[in-house]
Design a protein around this ligand. Structure first.
Ligand code: AMP
Ligand code: GLY
Length: 444
């Protein structure tokens, strides 16, 4: 697959159905190399305006039919958005010498789908991270949290869509969190074992890099807002809003993070015979003792991708192709100097269960031609019910994303845009970016 030249036109299948994929689809659709864009069988209304829904579910259960369909439609490139298919091993199952896939193999994606494994790799390669322990039995986990006096964080080791982590104030909360994972099995098998680690203090940043096995290209840095409530309160979610770039990291900081986190992670996997190709995403806490890794993801973040794609300048299809085929060093792309901010409009009840089927108004149509715009309503949990009727279909419904001259402008515009997206039970955080905007003012 290495060095496979990018055809003049290639048919692409984009897997995944959320705001991340809508933002990726929009940029992919602008590539002069795009033949036909196919989107997920479960695609949201935004994706359906940019591509055609694949009739097959992207799952190993359907491998035989999928392969037949991929051949029939002459799909030459697959881009995988979410972690599920990566953890399932879809890259291993479907990549061929003529049909590359953007995304890591199951073995490389283990950095995300097994937090205990990620902790081991970090320890072996001296990547700075929170001190902690992996517990595989309820008894061991309860004993460990009971003997600790400091606040800790309890994490289900498997995939939980960002919801398997509890940051605990005290022992009682930690005991409850352990029981939730290992006794009541709230996260199913994902909570069969837990990572229990020290609670770190500081600002959180999302650092993403494209990796082709050897070359690592850092992308501009983002900050996500994980908690559901204003002022960073309440339950953890998949992400309530993000901005890019963050003023917290200089280019020198980013180089240090590449050297201390990304290079050892990619090299550590390579020493185990595992090549990482795709996007590697480190969630970092900027502590007094320097940046420490909270988690690795092996895919683009959501909502981080919405702000990254709003600023991306270049041919995304070519960039992802070069990454997947081991020639990332040849990729040429950059980022708009403006700041992007995304405010996620959610359904009432999120991150717990939500109602579906409420009509949405205020969505701005996105097609491959709106290149110059600075306001986007990237669609997440939406569904096209009938022509021109879009309804809610889950928790994170729309990512109201704006470009502005600085974070204050971008945040103000994105918050106003979020307010113009209407449906029954809609809510959003109106303080995305505020910790960065308010702090310098207080310092005056
Ligand atoms: P993770 O899925 O491991 O990134 O955890 C989800 C969120 O929980 C992170 O984005 C942080 O906000 C929080 N978190 C995770 N680990 C820690 C930690 N060791 N100390 C403080 N907060 C944490
Ligand atoms: N926004 C965090 C994530 O995508 O995991």
């Amino acid at each position: 697959m290495s060095s496979l030249p990018l055809p003049a036109k290639v048919n692409v299948l984009l897997v995944g159905s959320g705001g991340r994929e809508h933002a990726l689809a929009w940029r992919l659709s602008q590539s002069p190399h795009l033949g036909k864009l196919w989107v997920d069988s479960n695609a949201n209304a935004g994706l359906l305006a940019l591509g055609t829904a694949c009739p097959e579910e992207f799952s190993l259960k359907r491998k035989y039919y999928l392969e037949r369909w991929l051949a029939q439609e002459k799909i030459g490139f697959i881009v995988i958005g979410p972690e599920g298919p990566l953890a399932e091993g879809m890259v291993d199952a479907l990549a061929t010498p003529e049909r590359p896939i953007f995304g890591p193999t199951r073995a490389a994606a283990r950095l995300e789908w097994d937090k205990a494994y990620a902790k081991t790799v970090m320890r072996q390669t001296s990547i700075p991270t929170a001190e902690g322990r992996v517990c595989t039995t309820l008894g061991a986990a309860l004993a460990y949290v009971t003997e600790r006096d400091e606040p800790c964080v309890v994490k289900a080791t498997g995939l939980c869509a960002g919801k398997g982590v509890t940051v605990c104030k005290d022992k009682h909360e930690a005991i409850a969190a352990v029981r939730k994972c290992m006794e009541s099995k709230e996260f199913g098998d994902a909570g069969n074992s837990v990572v229990i680690e020290e609670k770190l203090e500081g600002q959180e940043v999302s650092v993403l890099a494209l990796v082709d096995g050897r070359t690592i290209t850092m992308l501009d840095t983002c900050q996500d807002h994980k908690q559901v409530g204003e002022g960073d309160t309440g339950a953890n979610t998949g992400g309530m809003g993000a901005f890019c770039p963050t003023p917290l990291l200089t280019d020198t900081d980013l180089q240090a993070i590449a050297r201390d986190v990304f290079v050892p992670a990619v090299d550590g996997l390579r020493r185990q015979g595992i090549e990482f190709r795709g996007v590697l995403f480190a969630g970092l806490m900027l502590t007094h003792a320097g940046p420490k890794v909270l988690e690795f993801n092996c895919r683009f973040g959501d909502p981080e991708t919405q702000v990254l794609m709003a600023r991306f300048q270049g041919d995304l299809l070519k960039t992802l192709w070069l990454t997947a085929t081991g020639r990332l060093a040849d990729a040429e792309f950059g980022f708009d100097p403006r700041t992007a901010c995304c405010v996620v409009v959610c359904s009432e009840g999120y991150p717990a269960a939500t109602q579906k089927g409420h009509e949405i108004t205020g969505i701005i149509p996105i097609d491959s031609h709106n290149r110059a715009t600075d306001r986007f309503t990237f669609q997440g949990a939406t569904k096209l019910e009938k022509p021109r009727k879009v309804v809610t279909s889950g928790g994170r419904v729309v990512g109201a994303t704006c470009l502005g001259d600085g974070l204050e402008d971008a945040s103000k515009d994105a918050t106003a845009l979020a307010g113009s997206v209407r449906f029954t039970g809609a809510f959003f955080r109106s303080d995305i970016g505020h910790r960065m905007i308010v702090r310098p003012k207080l310092a005056l």
